[in-house]
Every structure is written in C-alpha cells, then in structure tokens.
Ligand binder design. Structure first.
Ligand SMILES: C[S@@+](CC[C@H](N)C(=O)[O-])C[C@H]1O[C@@H](n2cnc3c(N)ncnc32)[C@H](O)[C@@H]1O
Length: 237
C-alpha cells in the first residue's frame, strides 16, 4: 500500500486519502474578497504545534471546543455555531467550495466562534492537546462504495484512536451514515474500541435524528434517494 498523504508525520502509519479530489470553479470577486479578508483570522494550518491547545485557536474564551470533520457545505457546522455561541467550533474540510461557503456566512453573520482547517483533519487530530475537545461530529463520511476502496473510508480504527485521544472524558461523538455496510463497520469499530460507549438503548435512538442535529446536504440527498440514515451517539469513556 502506498501512502498518498504527504502530511503524515514521519514514523506514523501510512494513511490513504479519504476524500475525492473535486474540481471547483474559480471564485467570484465577492468570494475572493471574503477569502482575502478572513483567511488569516479564521483558518488554521494542518501542522499546528504538537500539543496545541484547541481553545487557544480562538481569540475569545469559550466554554468548550467542538470539532466537525468533513463538514461539506457547512450546514451542520453553521447551525451548531449559531445555536451554541458559548462553544468554539473547529471545522475541517478539504473541499474548497464548502470552506468558502462557511467563510461567507462567517463574514455576513459576524460569527466569531468558528475556525476552519481546509484540509485533512487527521494531522490536526494528532497535534491537538489530548482531551481538549468536548464534542466531535463525523457526518456522512465519503462512502467509497467499491470494495477495493473501502480502505479509504475515513471511519476506521485509526480514526477512532485519534478521536479517543482528543476527546475529553464523557465527551460525545456523533457519527452518521446512510450506507449499510459502512454502518456495520462503524458499529464494529467503536464496539471493539475500549474508549467508546454507544448511547443507544433502543432502535429509535439511532434511527431518528435528535433536534440538535440539523440536516446536512448529503443527508437530504440520501433520504430523497430512499436510503435510511443512522445517527450514532457515543460517549468517550
Ligand atoms: C459525503 S461528504 C458529507 C459532507 C457533510 N458532512 C454532509 O453530511 O453533507 C463527506 C465529506 O468529508 C470530507 N472528508 C473526507 N475525508 C476527510 C478528512 N480526512 N478530513 C476532513 N474532511 C474529510 C469530504 O471532502 C466530504 O466533503
């Protein structure tokens, strides 16, 4: 297996790219203006210092810091930021259009509690101070449907280890998927991991989306195409 992720630390296990390379159109003048004005303030690099305090990525002091990995168009990230102004949100997404969309909303709504990493989340997860994140979201990670591509799926035991490291004890991890065989693999991954407890007590707990879990663009498409979604909540033990 070759390592296509040049940002893996030397000596760390090889990591395959987990996202598709999407061609994007050029930015409009307005978008370019937003990117020019906001990038320095709201974006963070993938290679933050080892032991980076998550709270120190924000100018203001927040009660807690949450992270969303693969925020896509940013619907869920923005909803959480608007509805939890006492929380700092780190959003990670290599898809440039999504990053620009969120930056535009930050600009027009004057949101101060979002920081963006326009790249793979995993190097950041490795660098953040242990037990510094109060909640994590990984919603509808790319399904990579072909069997030979399953090894690219983001949610795997390696990601579970990274999340276990950065989440505070009792922190919540939220995961969603609409792909049956990915669901099985996700359930197995966290079942076998000693740091996570699945919070579902009955099927309705994971077949229904809680009120504070807004719909994403990908989820809307999944439902329109007739797939049912699983909403998994775990507690970091
Ligand atoms: C199927 S989309 C879902 C987007 C969004 N969560 C939603 O529900 O609409 C998965 C997203 O995860 C992003 N992604 C994949 N691997 C990632 C990684 N290693 N770090 C951060 N984001 C990643 C992709 O770029 C893509 O936008």
């Amino acid at each position: 297996m070759t390592n296509s992720d040049p940002k893996s630390n030397p000596g760390e296990p090889a990591e395959l790219r987990s996202f598709a390379r999407t061609r994007t159109r050029g930015l409009t003048a307005r978008q370019q203006d937003v990117v020019d004005r906001l990038s320095e303030e709201v974006t963070i690099g993938p290679n933050v210092n080892d032991g980076q305090d998550a709270a120190a990525l924000f100018d203001a002091k927040f009660d807690d810091v949450w992270i969303e990995i693969g925020f896509g168009g940013g619907e869920h990230l923005l909803w959480q930021a608007r509805n939890n102004p006492e929380v700092g949100l780190i959003g990670c997404e290599p898809f440039r259009d999504g990053v620009v969309r969120v930056m535009t909303a930050i600009d027009s709504e004057k949101l101060t509690n979002i920081r963006l990493l326009a790249d793979d989340a995993r190097p950041l997860l490795r660098s953040l101070q242990p037990e510094s994140i109060g909640r994590a979201f990984v919603l509808f990670a790319d399904p990579w449907p072909k069997k030979r591509h399953h090894k690219r799926r983001l949610i795997n035991p390696g990601l579970a280890d990274l999340l276990a490291r950065v989440l505070k004890p009792n922190a919540e991890l939220r995961v969603a998927t609409d792909i049956d065989d990915y669901l099985q693999a996700i359930l197995l991954t966290f079942h076998l991991h000693s740091s996570f407890q699945w919070l579902a007590e009955r099927p309705t707990d994971w077949r229904h989306r809680p009120d504070d879990w807004p719909e994403t663009r990908y989820q809307t498409k999944a439902i329109r195409e007739g797939r049912s979604c699983a909403y998994l909540r775990y507690r970091r033990i």
